[in-house]
Design a protein around this ligand. Structure first.
Ligand SMILES: [Zn+2]
Length: 415
């Protein structure tokens, strides 16, 4: 059973210029109040967090997993498919979080080979390969995710005018096939909305609204600026943004457009960079209107000499496990020692800050003060994350999803 309903807020539709909305998604007795975020996983794990940490010290209600993380040379021989239980059991995810499955990571490493009429190109743990559309669909009965993102034909490079109609035709056909084959199982399916102009995919969206909406569980946007262009018939479906907002400011803009769910990478990117997130919603402007804007995060690598002996928590007043039990000097020391506990503590803190941010956003929408609070947040905090100064546990680059000029090669480096 997968359900979503919109909740009323104090603000009336006519009184607000924004489209931010409150909703409640329920599946398998797990409830997610929206706007909310799903934690992206790497090979089934939220980076830096063991399963007991995830269960005991976070309130994560949903994770995003990519099939390409679980495929090796062939699908049948891969461990996740030899394992007798569903993917949630294979990855040890707590039952208190929902598992959303898509074919590719979010954001994906661009694949050198092109998609075909029957397959998409993906990066598995043993290199690039093709995934047949029918294989993706047949995997679902074994993996039993709580929700599935339909396959989208998205080329690695920005699509030209001639390529776009093919993207739309293939995506629509693949979605129809997915819906037809899974009809009996009632698998919750999110229809992909392509990252191209709305005019280019209007017929596809119309067909979703007129013929498929009753069978769909939601919409997955590869470009969330298209959310306000959706027809009113699709208003009741949850909107999942897969375009990876890089900062809380961009996240707020997407919430104001009416996005309900996000796959959110920046908390983990901040952790990898050795940052402790420091923002809260809506925040306060210190020193009046002309006050200096505060940084979104503290770079624990670039700590001054004082921070190395600073026994205050990462953020004063923060109630997360890391801030209750440890202090800045200890995290600085762990980073300098390249001790992985540094990133565990930072990730616990950064996830906690993100959870509080979403709690406050939902309260603000409910109280009808969201627009005003967003203005306050914009005045209170700098636009960008600090520049990374230290080495992370992994090489990290933020690459926009699609349509970017630079492309990663197989090693994750920008060509
Ligand atoms: Zn904390």
């Amino acid at each position: 059973m997968f359900s979503f309903r919109l909740l009323p807020s104090t603000a009336t539709a006519t009184a607000t210029a924004h489209g931010a909305r409150l909703g409640r998604l329920v599946a398998r007795n797990v409830q997610i109040d929206t706007p909310a975020f799903l934690a992206p996983t790497s090979r089934g794990v939220v980076p830096h967090l063991s399963h007991d940490n995830l269960r005991d010290h976070t309130d994560i209600r949903g994770v995003y997993a990519a099939l390409e993380d679980f495929i090796e040379k062939g699908i049948p021989g891969s461990p996740a498919f030899q394992f007798p239980g569903p993917l949630r059991a294979f990855t040890g995810q707590p039952s208190s979080s929902l598992l959303f499955l898509a074919a590719r990571r979010c954001p994906p490493v661009p694949a050198p080979a092109t998609n075909t009429d029957h397959s998409i190109s993906m990066l598995t743990s043993v290199g690039f390969r093709e995934l047949e559309v029918n294989d993706y669909i047949s995997c679902l009965s074994h993996l039993q995710p709580d929700a599935v993102i339909g396959l989208a034909d998205i080329p690695a490079k920005k699509a030209g005018k001639n390529r776009m109609p093919k993207m739309v035709d293939r995506t629509e056909l693949w979605l129809e096939t997915l819906l037809r084959i899974t009809e009996g199982s009632r698998t919750p399916i999110f229809a992909p909305i392509l990252p191209i102009e709305i005019e280019q995919q209007r017929l596809y969206i119309q067909s979703i609204a007129e013929e498929m909406s009753t069978r769909l569980a939601g919409l997955a946007f590869y470009n969330s600026t298209l959310v306000p262009d959706m027809p009113s018939e699709l208003e009741g479906l949850p909107r999942f943004a897969m375009d990876d907002p890089a900062t809380p400011h961009i996240l707020l803009q997407a919430i104001a457009r009416g996005v309900d769910l996000f796959s959110l990478v920046f908390p983990t990117e901040a952790t990898d960079a050795g940052f402790s997130l420091e923002f809260e919603f809506p925040g306060k402007v210190e020193g009046g209107e002309e006050g200096k804007r505060k940084p979104l995060a503290r770079d624990m690598w670039a700590g001054s000499e004082e921070m190395k002996t600073d026994t205050k928590p990462l953020v004063e007043g923060c109630n997360c496990y890391a801030c209750r039990r440890h202090h800045r000097a200890y995290v600085c020391h762990l980073l300098a020692a390249k001790e992985m506990t540094a990133w565990v503590l930072l990730q616990l803190h950064n996830i906690h800050v993100t959870e509080l941010f979403f709690d406050a956003v939902r309260k603000s929408i409910a109280d009808g003060t969201f627009e005003e609070d967003c203005r306050m947040f914009a005045m209170a905090y700098e636009n960008e994350m600090p520049k990374q100064t230290g080495g992370g546990p992994r090489h990290v680059l933020h690459v926009p999803m699609h349509g970017c000029d630079d492309q990663r090669n197989a090693n994750g480096k920008i060509d």
